[in-house]
Design a protein around this ligand. Structure first.
Ligand SMILES: [Zn+2]
Length: 340
């Protein structure tokens, strides 16, 4: 994960009441945001709300100094310079962190619709207060890609971090990975096993990348689908004249995700480095991850809301607009913009 600063900050708490706040960009390249919530002293007390955490909930006060939560307990006494926010009758809870977003991402001739402002505004409205976006290199250049995303992120209104995609391999990429880790705070790199002819990399590069991640102490991530198989499936659909939304599921059945997931897991085991499998969408992939975890391998599977609640039946709806909305990849982009 990218080392965002102050991960346990006030802005990681959502208070379900209206609070006017000012925002100040600290100017640190790539990460972070400070929400002062109108406190001149940097000291804030959220008073009397029901504090909800993973283990329990209780009526308590939350005391914050300079963005750091100092204390959570009932009836905290504070001095006069502390800004007090009355949360009586409200829930106070940690904000969500979305580890997988693509804001304003150029991809195959189109661009994701939300930018760093609109996407983050939607996130904040829904209770997500931090996210990690994927930097896409420019013609394979990590540093050029990083500069582009730093520019895009100037619209930010909340905390964020960066993962980085690796789309080709040479000495320059290898060196730039080190720069990203040591100078730019990026320590998770994503390899696409799908998107043949675009972002896809082969096993040779995957192994190089895994080894480089290991040497840098970075986390390797994979989009695990067999890209050759998907391309073949797509051609099959075209040959059959199937061009509707249903062709998406038919062209890339779960076996292709399961195969790539299994391959990535085994290659990560061979290199002996942890693996993060993004947007697990099928039971085939899930079972591979479960088996690896059970055996003690360090593998993380990322759930996506569409993968949890939908199947491909909607793709067969006779109304194109309804069917097209259920397209898993489209949903994936929507869901990865802050629903999870
Ligand atoms: Zn993604």
């Amino acid at each position: 994960m990218a080392p965002w600063r102050n991960s346990f900050r006030f802005c990681c708490f959502i208070v379900f009441l209206y609070i006017p706040f000012s925002i100040q960009n600290e100017g640190f390249p790539g990460f972070g945001f400070d929400s002062e919530f109108g406190s001149a002293s940097g000291k804030i007390l959220i008073k009397g709300g029901t504090v909800v955490n993973a283990h329990h909930k209780e009526v308590a006060d939350v005391y914050i100094e300079d963005g750091i939560i100092v204390s959570v307990r009932p009836n905290i006494k504070v001095s006069d310079d502390v800004t007090i926010l009355d949360a009586t009758g409200k829930y106070v809870m940690p904000g969500g962190i979305d580890p997988h977003t693509h804001l304003e991402m150029d991809f195959m001739g189109t661009q994701t619709i939300d930018n760093y402002f609109t996407g983050q505004a939607a996130a904040l409205a829904g209770g997500t207060t931090m996210h990690i976006d994927f930097v896409i290199p420019v013609d394979g250049s990590l540093s050029a890609g990083f500069d582009v995303y730093v520019e895009k992120a100037k619209k930010s209104t909340m905390d964020y971090g960066f993962h980085m995609a690796i789309t080709k391999w040479d000495e320059t990429v290898s060196k730039e990975m080190e720069i990203m880790v040591k100078e730019n705070g990026i320590n998770s790199f994503k390899f696409f096993m799908a998107y043949k002819g675009s972002l896809m990399i082969n096993d040779d590069l995957l192994l190089e990348g895994f080894e480089r991640c290991k040497s840098l102490g970075a986390l390797a991530m994979v989009h695990a689908e067999n890209g050759d198989g998907v391309a073949k499936g797509q051609q099959n659909m075209m040959d059959l004249g199937i061009t509707g939304p249903e062709g998406h599921a038919l062209s890339r059945p779960p076996v292709l995700e399961g195969e790539a997931t299994a391959r990535a897991i085994r290659l990560a085991s061979f290199v002996n480095t942890p693996l993060y499998v993004v947007h697990v969408m099928s039971i085939d992939a899930m079972e591979e991850i479960a088996r690896a975890k059970k055996s003690g391998q360090r593998v993380v599977g990322e759930p996506v809301v569409s993968g949890l609640i939908l199947d491909d039946s909607w793709l067969w709806n006779s109304d194109f607009k309804i069917a097209a909305k259920q397209e898993p990849d489209i949903l994936f982009f929507i869901s990865s913009s802050f629903i999870i």
